[in-house]
Design a protein around this ligand. Structure first.
Ligand SMILES: [Zn+2]
Length: 120
């Protein structure tokens, strides 16, 4: 396999007991400690919550001098972390759309796919 796919669907968990929405890596609800969840998938566009410009990218991104990394929130409350397709004119609160595409070749030479976010 020459591909690495990161988070092909952005899926969070909603607690069936208290309704807390949280990342799907948690085994128990961070608020009430119960363990039954409804699966909530990101959909539609999202808003930029915060971002930073990485001027010393990790080795996998050796083809780039810098890139923008942002945290976004979808309309249903699911949040995601990913690269933004531009570093220009970024503003918190702006609308972005997710695009699933190749983001780099890792150090083993495999193509890595993940969501990136593009201003609408
Ligand atoms: Zn809960």
């Amino acid at each position: 396999m020459r591909l690495v796919k990161i988070e092909e669907n952005i899926i969070w968990h909603k607690c069936m007991n208290c309704g807390l929405l949280q990342h799907n890596t948690h085994i128990r609800c961070l608020k009430c400690r119960k363990g039954d969840f409804e699966i909530i998938e990101a959909s539609g566009t999202c808003k930029l919550l915060t971002y930073t410009i990485l001027n010393a990218p990790p080795a996998e991104f050796r083809d780039k001098a810098s890139y923008a990394l942002g945290v976004v929130e979808f309309e249903n409350g699911v949040k995601g972390l990913g690269q933004i397709t531009t570093q220009n004119s970024l503003q918190t609160g702006m609308t972005l759309k997710p695009i699933y595409r190749k983001i780099c070749e890792n150090l083993d030479g495999k193509e890595v796919y993940a969501y990136v976010f593009e201003p609408v």
